[in-house]
Design a protein. Structure first.
Length: 1181
């Protein structure tokens, strides 16, 4: 193997020096070009050209390891020049464990390192990975500030090395530490790793002299005896190691058992503090009163002793925020006993700490969060307690070391808090909003008692008479919008599984007022079809109804859980919290090299987005401005992942059902690759084209696919084995003849017996019923014999006609059949084994197809395990509880709140967020906005900041990309959008201009503002609660549509027209005025009328944007949000029409003095007369 020092591998890694060399390869120290990052690179020589492909599965599994005690695998590669595979690994600046152990460390530290190693191996086993080569040389120790850390090396390298060298995974191991089955080249399992662990631990605990003897003699007893002397002779540590190194793998313990014994022994070694606890009179009295000890001092002391024993004499001590009597010479502490959930406040005198005690003042009651702080941040110690109760001489003890440790622990926590300050601030804000949402739900909960009920079966309405009438205000709160409720029922129905007496029944929709109209006395509940008759019958005559917020509470809990998992690293990618807290300092992403794209039409920015997405280790962002093909990019990313990592699992998620369905539908149309997808969610929320991916339907498709493939493969197999098939057919016919011959022999035997009985009769009388019975039986048997003989003859005729064989007389039939068998076996000759294999395969084929027709439920778990892509909304995936994913792609991430985005993110190792923070933000409930500002001073703009926007503003350029070519809009419209909203960074050069021409005679431009300013006061808006309407603009829009219809009819055009309004009330006016479903009038137009929110993601040939706002105060309201305006204008493919008061829009006043987006829009229209126009409403009405 040639020396590689000084070379640069693949343009990325500069080889600095050699770290070591073994039989299979060399390990080098390398530096990543352009950085100070150091890596260990292991090279493995190979003559196998396809070596890198052979390693695909193993190396991808290694990349999935995310454990502090396993050396991180970075990537693999193949160097053509040196003909070697190289593996890039985390570089460790430490020493091997043998050298570290021989440096004189204590036994407790050694055992702690053993536990770390066990955790690493256990983590690997949980992912079905076996190390196969555990030994001291493969364990390094890295010293950290807190404690030494064990790192297990060469995980999976045994498989990789052997795959390269021998194309098998059995032979690569170190015999000194390998299990007998591994040495004998038998099947390797987790038990084999247990054996190697036992040998490694024994070796490390033995003396150097005994290790040498063991290496020479290979006698494990040498290590057993040496280890026994090194540890407590009375411990069972050596016994468990003996079991671990048993030749019989069935006798070896599981890792958990091994861990438990080591941990218990380590606990025995833990030094306990001798502490005098002086119980004050106040604390003494509290305990006495609680337990009625009648001032029995001994009983009080025994009680405290039992509390310590309950907790194995382990307690938590934390410096208290309350300084006792503000005395600087006293250290006030909080003491926690975890198992007993008891907490006490006390103090230690500091003026004479080498001769003092802990004075227990009193028991304290703490809220759950403070209790957690004591257990998480307090000093955990084992004590040898001496309880002093009552008067008398008080003993003392030296607490100097304890005091020192308490202060050190406090400083450690302070440092951690300082280091995590940004993380805490970031997550606390999101947590605050969730807490507010939860509180709002709690505040809205109501309970109403009723005294009688009646049920209108025809209207499906339950009417309840309230015991205590409610106010009109209360009534409005539960009916605007209608709230779901539960009601009291008798739990006597076998179909009702709930034990509770409250059952979800329907929504409160109306009520009956009192005679004076000031109160509501009766409530009307819409039952609906979903409620079973037996439940209605079980409703109590008198009872209560409760507002039902279980669905909302469930959603809040999902967000809360995901936020907690991300924040504390209890998720698939434990580093996400650091990325979120400090996005500017993430590891830069270098694009992967992709030779072939499935979609050959992708532009440069789309290809770059795919290449970078595939290279991400943590999180990558793709901004997709309108019409830039983000769904095409997502589809390509999924295809490339599955091409490179066929076994990887991918989650595609979004806050929008439509976005999820679009991706799955696009994947189903890819012809080059068959992808198994499922859709999780409620059927009514899933688009029609995507319903094929519902689990039940997808399983049927999968079954049919397997059945078709199975039949095809079997037919191909039969065609390739015609000679064997011919033999099979001959034998099948012969077996049929033989079977019938056996039947004939049986019938002949019965017939002979019957005839013998006939002959035994001397006299046959006509009225002898028995004889008649015998004769009937005989006739039947003779008939059956003749019939069988005929069948045999027919079978023989077919057989001889088919295969050209002569057959003998019937009396020689048995011998002939046997001879034919021998003859066929001679014909098959060497194919006899193939024939038997053919028969076996045929049987398997038939059994498999039979099993495949079983109920789908039996196949569901198998099917889901094989699924490549799962589609679900952000909150919907929470129901898929225990599933983890290699990749999570969140589409329209700019529209979901951070906690909502965390739900799918918590389930994935690599995250790709796709969205556009220049379009619609997350929707935040108005009450949440109000309370967040009043209670936490959180501004609305901050609430509307999605995780996508937060990260996009902070991540380096290497970890995000903006797609910069739009294909939806005519270039004139596309340029308007680019200049106004994207700093002119989105080009329209690749748009097919001819396809984007509208060909309408009354419009000579692609952008037109129809001004209603000429109409004066009649064009003014009207208030409708918090919403707005504008009848004049509705009439103008109808007139514009009529002219478009005329032009389309004249020119034989068909157009899809989208009418967009910012206000929901205006949508009703537009639908009433236009009647879009009147196909007799709108023959050439397909008209869609929606709010801005409903239109994101949609597109139409023509977009008409209804501004609505026109008032003397010049208030634009929330129409002044530039993100909403961007969405409204960028839906148009051919023609963009804006209808509204342009004078007011230009001068409009905006909330919180944000910039007015209509001003630059109108200025652009006026300055681009070649592309844009302004017309009066009077031209159309």
């Amino acid at each position: 193997m040639s020396n590689m020092i000084g070379e640069i591998i693949d343009g990325k890694y500069d080889i600095l020096s050699k770290l070591g060399q073994g039989g299979s390869g060399v390990v080098y120290l390398a530096k990543k070009v352009g950085t100070n990052e150091r890596y260990a690179i292991k090279t493995l020589s190979t003559e196998e050209d396809n070596a890198i492909k052979l390693l695909e599965r193993e190396t991808e599994t290694l990349k999935k390891f995310n454990h502090p005690n396993i050396v991180k695998f970075i990537e693999k590669g193949y160097n053509n020049r040196h003909r070697l595979v190289y593996l890039v690994l985390e570089y460790l600046d430490g020493q091997d464990i043998k050298t570290y152990f021989d440096g004189g460390i204590d036994l407790k530290t050694k055992l702690n390192l053993f536990l770390q190693i066990l955790d690493a191996i256990s983590h690997a086993h949980s992912k079905n990975i076996i190390h196969r080569d555990i030994k001291p040389d493969n364990i390094k120790i890295v010293d950290t500030d807190e404690q030494p850390q064990a790192k297990v090396l060469d995980f999976g390298i045994a498989i990789i090395t052997t795959t390269i060298l021998t194309n098998t995974i059995r032979s690569y191991h170190t015999p000194l530490f390998s299990a007998p089955e591994q040495i004998n080249l038998e099947k390797v399992s987790r038990d084999s790793d247990v054996y190697s662990l036992g040998m490694t631990f024994l070796y490390l605990l033995s003396t150097e002299k005994d290790r040498i003897i063991f290496q020479d003699e290979r006698d494990k007893n040498v290590l057993y005896q040496s280890t026994q002397l090194a540890v407590n002779p009375g411990s069972n540590l050596v016994e468990i190691f003996k079991k671990a190194t048993d030749k019989n793998r069935e006798n070896r313990p599981k890792l958990d058992e091994l861990r438990k014994v080591i941990a218990n022994f380590q606990e025995e070694l833990t030094e306990s503090f001798k502490i005098i606890f002086n119980i004050t009179r106040k604390a003494e009295q509290e305990i006495n009163d609680q337990h009625n000890f009648q001032n029995n001092i001994l009983a009080i002391r025994n009680h405290l002793d039992s509390l310590f024993r309950e907790n194995s004499n382990i307690l938590y001590i934390k410096k208290s925020p309350d300084q006792h009597q503000r005395d600087e010479n006293k250290l006030t502490i909080d003491i926690g006993l975890e198992n007993s959930s008891k907490f006490y406040r006390g103090f230690i005198n500091l003026d004479n700490h080498n001769s003092t005690q802990i004075t227990v003042l009193y028991e304290i009651t703490l809220p759950p969060n403070i209790q957690e702080q004591i257990f998480e941040n307090g000093l955990n110690i084992k004590v040898n307690p001496i309880i002093e109760v009552g008067t008398g001489v008080k003993r003392k003890s030296d607490l100097s070391d304890l005091i020192k440790q308490i202060f050190q622990k406090e400083q450690q926590i302070k440092n951690e808090i300082a280091n995590n300050k940004d993380l805490t601030a970031t997550f606390e804000q999101w947590q605050s909003v969730i807490d507010i949402e939860k509180q709002i739900i709690t505040d809205k909960k109501s309970v109403f008692e009723y005294r009688d009920k009646s049920y209108d079966k025809q209207k499906q309405i339950l009417i309840l008479s309230l015991i205590k009438p409610i106010s009109i205000e209360q009534f409005d709160q539960i009916t605007s919008p209608p709230l779901p409720v539960t009601i009291s029922i008798r739990n006597n129905s076998p179909s009702i599984k709930q034990k509770e007496k409250q059952w979800g029944i329907g929504d409160i929709i109306d009520g009956d007022k009192s005679s004076n109209g000031e109160l509501v006395e009766k409530l009307h509940i819409s039952i609906g079809d979903f409620c079973l008759p037996e439940i209605i019958e079980s409703i109590l005559e008198k009872g209560k109804i409760e507002t039902n917020f279980k669905a909302q509470e469930s959603e809040i809990d999902k967000r809360r859980k995901a936020l907690r998992e991300i924040r504390y690293g209890d998720c698939e990618n434990t580093t996400l919290s650091k990325v979120i807290a400090d996005p500017a300092n993430v590891q830069p992403i270098e694009a992967s090299l992709i030779h072939n794209f499935f979609n050959q039409q992708l532009d440069d920015s789309q290809q770059k987005a795919v290449s970078k997405a595939l290279a991400t280790e943590d999180i990558f962002l793709i901004q997709g401005p309108p019409g830039t093909g983000k769904t095409s990019v997502i589809t390509e990313i999924i295809l490339q992942i599955l091409d490179k990592y066929p076994n990887d699992k991918i989650l595609i998620s979004s806050q929008s059902n439509v976005a999820v369905d679009n991706v799955l539908t696009r994947l189903s149309r890819v012809e080059q690759k068959e992808i198994m997808c499922i859709r999780i969610g409620r059927e009514e929320k899933i688009e029609e084209d995507a319903k094929q991916f519902e689990v039940e339907k997808a399983i049927i498709t999968w079954q049919n696919s397997i059945r078709t493939k199975s039949l095809s493969y079997w037919q191909e197999y039969q065609e390739n084995n015609q000679q064997i098939l011919s033999g099979v057919k001959k034998i099948a016919h012969l077996e049929d003849v033989n079977s019938k011959y056996q039947q004939l022999q049986s019938v002949s035997h019965k017939l002979t017996q019957t005839i013998a009985r006939f002959n035994s009769e001397l006299i046959i009388q006509k009225d002898n019923l028995a004889s008649i019975e015998f004769s009937d039986i005989a006739l039947e048997l003779i008939s059956e014999k003749l019939e069988l003989e005929q069948k045999i003859l027919q079978s023989l005729e077919k057989y001889t006609a088919k295969f050209g064989i002569q057959y003998p007389e019937q009396k020689y039939l048995s011998n002939w059949i046997n001879e034919e068998y021998k003859l066929l076996q001679n014909i098959l000759g060497e194919n006899q084994a193939n024939y038997e294999n053919f028969i076996r395969l045929q049987k398997i084929h038939e059994e498999w197809n039979a099993k495949l027709k079983r109920k789908q439920e039996d196949l569901q778990s198998i099917f889901i395990d094989k699924v490549n892509v799962v589609g679900a909304t952000c909150l919907g995936i929470a129901r898929f509880k225990d599933r983890k994913f290699d990749w999570v792609i969140v589409d329209e991430a700019g529209r979901s709140t951070a906690p909502e985005t965390f739900v799918p993110m918590s389930k994935g190792r690599r995250i790709i967020l796709v969205g556009d923070h220049q379009q619609l933000p997350p929707i935040i409930d108005q009450e949440v906005q109000k309370r967040a500002f009043n209670e936490k001073e959180i501004q609305k703009r901050l609430l509307e900041t999605s995780l996508f926007e937060y990260l996009y503003e902070k991540l380096p350029k290497t970890n995000k990309i903006t797609l910069n070519n739009q294909y939806r809009m005519h270039p004139h419209i596309g340029n308007l959008i680019s200049i106004l909203f994207y700093d002119n960074q989105v080009a329209s050069n690749l748009v097919n201009v001819e396809e984007k021409q509208h060909h309408l005679t009354m419009f000579d431009r692609n952008i037109c503002w129809i001004s209603t300013s000429d109409a004066g006061e009649k064009s003014q808006e009207r208030e409708n609660g918090t919403s707005r309407t504008n009848d004049y603009e509705a009439r103008v829009i109808k007139s514009v549509l009529e002219k478009i219809q005329e032009s389309c009819e004249l020119n034989q055009l068909q157009k899809e027209v989208g009418v967009i309004s910012a206000y929901r009330s205006q949508i009703g006016r537009l639908e009433s005025a236009i009647a879009p479903n009147n196909k007799q009038f709108w023959k050439n137009l397909h008209i869609i009328i929606h709010t801005v929110d409903a239109f994101q993601g949609g597109e139409c040939d023509i977009i008409i944007y209804d501004l609505v706002r026109s008032n003397k105060q010049k208030k634009l309201g929330f129409t002044s949000d530039d993100r909403r305006l961007n969405v409204a204008l960028s839906r148009a493919k051919q023609l963009l029409i804006i209808v509204g008061d342009d004078n007011m829009a230009y001068q409009g006043r905006t909330p919180n003095n944000i910039s007015n987006p209509f001003k630059p829009l109108i200025e652009y229209i006026d300055s681009s007369s070649n592309y844009c126009s302004r017309r009066k409403s009077s031209d159309f009405i």
